[in-house]
Design a protein around this ligand. Structure first.
Ligand code: NAD
Length: 472
């Protein structure tokens, strides 16, 4: 059935379009006006989604992987065929510029396609006069819980591996950005057998209801470290499997010998793309003292030239912060820097007007123990610190209890690689900006997470291993 983009938003539960009496408003962060209402899934509707997913699992697990690949490919094509209306919804609910919404959707299509082409390892080992087939079987019913910064991309990173490996999935987008995924759920209704992929939406109570629900076998969660801890506690009674993709505070170290203006330009966008609301955005920059002034000049000049505005306006490069709680958090960090006398080289606190807009803010060499260095900002503000000795920069980069990504730039490639190897992060990029690929695992060290998404490692996270022995 063709999906209408001007109709009421509905959940897709066990192959049916489902509405709810209670609804949650979804605001446009650029105007603070209501874009639409999303259903507020109640406990009985959640039960129905889990029951449908359990029933569907019995058949889905035994379909061939080739059929699952084909259906995922159809989902990717359906998203591509509806690129324009989906991009518009994504911009209205999330705030990012329309071109950035398109890029997110295209990235999701690519991720689904490339994940669908991955293979699970097939291994037979012989020992002690027997042969054992090492089998990777689906876990069952998965709960997918993504955040609001890349609502479609981070959902695609759960949908493709969960379904390819033969699990069924109930996905719950963030209450701030449920709309684009609700429509993608509707598109999927014509593609997958009923119950294989449901999309539900609701307020703050729905996530905890899901993680405590005994009908789920795995939770794949992307969000903050604080929520990750609650998810882990909530999963304990039934020992649900977990993938936790959590917060970070990614450092970038810039060594002497680089093309300083070019690296400063690149790092500007590493910090500020999506208005800084990216888990792997650069969140602390350490620059060698010999090149610090030139580096800062380029950062500040670039900040002045960038257009921040409503994502639907053609000239907009960066949108607002996506929701009020995050807007207040980022403002509090800027205020803390101002109150502590840090050097604000660009931006600062926003003017009072509609929309969650924050100017691009650059803080010059704040002390290492300041909040803006120690805390994940997840917004358009970056601290840039000076260092003299590379050992000191490495120590400061590794000093936090999170370790998602890290970056090194250096004129001497071997030295940069050597520094990169010593950084405590799940992904390290050397002389290149952050990048993700469906074939390469991505996950956190320390309190940035447990497990990985992407690559064969990401697929295996949706499976349980069975060793099937037989005498030779
Ligand atoms: P969040 O933790 O507040 O929410 C994430 C999701 O969890 C949302 O869908 C929310 O509704 C749900 N949720 C909230 N409380 C819950 C609970 N108690 N039990 C179950 N579910 C619950 O995070 P956010 O503010 O949406 O996202 C920003 C954070 O996400 C940042 O810290 C960022 O670094 C992190 N993030 C990490 C990655 C990664 O891959 N590591 C990617 C993107 C964002």
């Amino acid at each position: 059935m063709p999906v209408k983009f001007d109709s009421e938003f509905a959940m897709t539960i066990d192959g049916e379009l489902v509405f709810s009496e209670k609804k949650i408003p979804v605001l446009n962060p650029a105007t603070e006006e209501v874009v639409a209402h999303a259903p507020d899934c109640g406990a009985a509707q959640l039960d129905a989604a889990v029951r449908g997913a359990r029933q569907a699992f019995n058949e889905w697990r035994s379909t061939s992987i080739e059929i699952r690949r084909k259906l995922l490919e159809q989902l990717a094509t359906a998203i591509l065929d509806h690129l324009d209306p989906l991009s518009k919804i994504l911009t209205l609910e999330q705030g990012k510029a329309l071109e950035a919404s398109k890029a997110e959707l295209l990235g999701s299509v690519d991720w689904i396609r490339k994940t669908a082409s991955l293979e699970l390892p097939q291994d037979v080992r012989q020992d002690s006069g027997s042969s054992a087939a090492i089998r990777h079987l689906p876990l069952g019913v998965v709960a997918g819980i993504p955040p609001w910064n890349y609502p479609v991309n981070l959902s695609a990173m759960k949908i493709a591996p969960a379904l390819l490996t033969g699990n069924t999935l109930v996905l719950k987008p963030s209450p701030f950005t449920p709309l684009s995924m609700l429509k993608i759920g509707e598109l999927a209704r014509d593609i997958f057998p009923r119950g294989v992929f449901s999309v539900i939406s609701g307020g703050d109570e729905l996530g905890p209801l899901m993680t405590a629900h005994p009908g789920f076998d795995k939770i794949s969660f992307t969000g903050s470290t604080a929520t990750g801890r609650s998810v882990m506690r909530s999963a304990a009674p039934t020992l649900k499997r977990l993938t936790l993709e959590l917060g970070g505070n990614d450092p970038a170290i810039v060594l002497p010998g680089v093309d300083v203006p070019a690296v400063a330009q690149t790092l500007f966008w590493c910090a500020f793309t999506n208005s800084g609301q990216i888990c792997l955005a650069t969140k602390r920059i350490y620059v060698h003292e010999d090149i610090y002034d030139t580096f800062m000049n380029v950062m500040v000049e670039t900040a002045k030239a960038v257009k921040v505005g409503n994502g639907l306006a053609p000239e907009t490069q960066l949108g607002p912060i996506s929701n009020r709680p995050q807007f207040e958090r980022v403002k509090a960090l800027i205020k803390d820097s101002i109150d502590n006398g840090h050097e604000i080289l660009a931006g600062g606190l926003p003017e009072q007007k509609n929309g969650y807009f924050i100017p691009i803010t650059i803080v010059g060499n704040p002390p290492e123990n300041s909040r803006i260095v120690q805390e994940e900002q997840f917004g358009p503000i970056i601290p840039v610190m000076k260092f003299t000795d590379v050992e000191d920069a490495i120590k400061r980069a590794n000093a936090l209890d999170v370790g998602l990504g890290a970056m090194v730039w250096g004129g001497d490639h071997d030295q940069a690689i050597a520094v990169g190897k010593r950084l405590e992060a799940g992904t390290v990029w050397v002389n290149q900006p952050p990048q993700l690929a469906a074939s390469i695992p991505f996950g956190g060290f320390k309190q940035s997470g447990i497990g990985s998404e992407g690559g064969v490692e990401g697929l295996l996270a949706y499976t349980v291993t069975q060793s099937l022995w037989s005498k030779i």
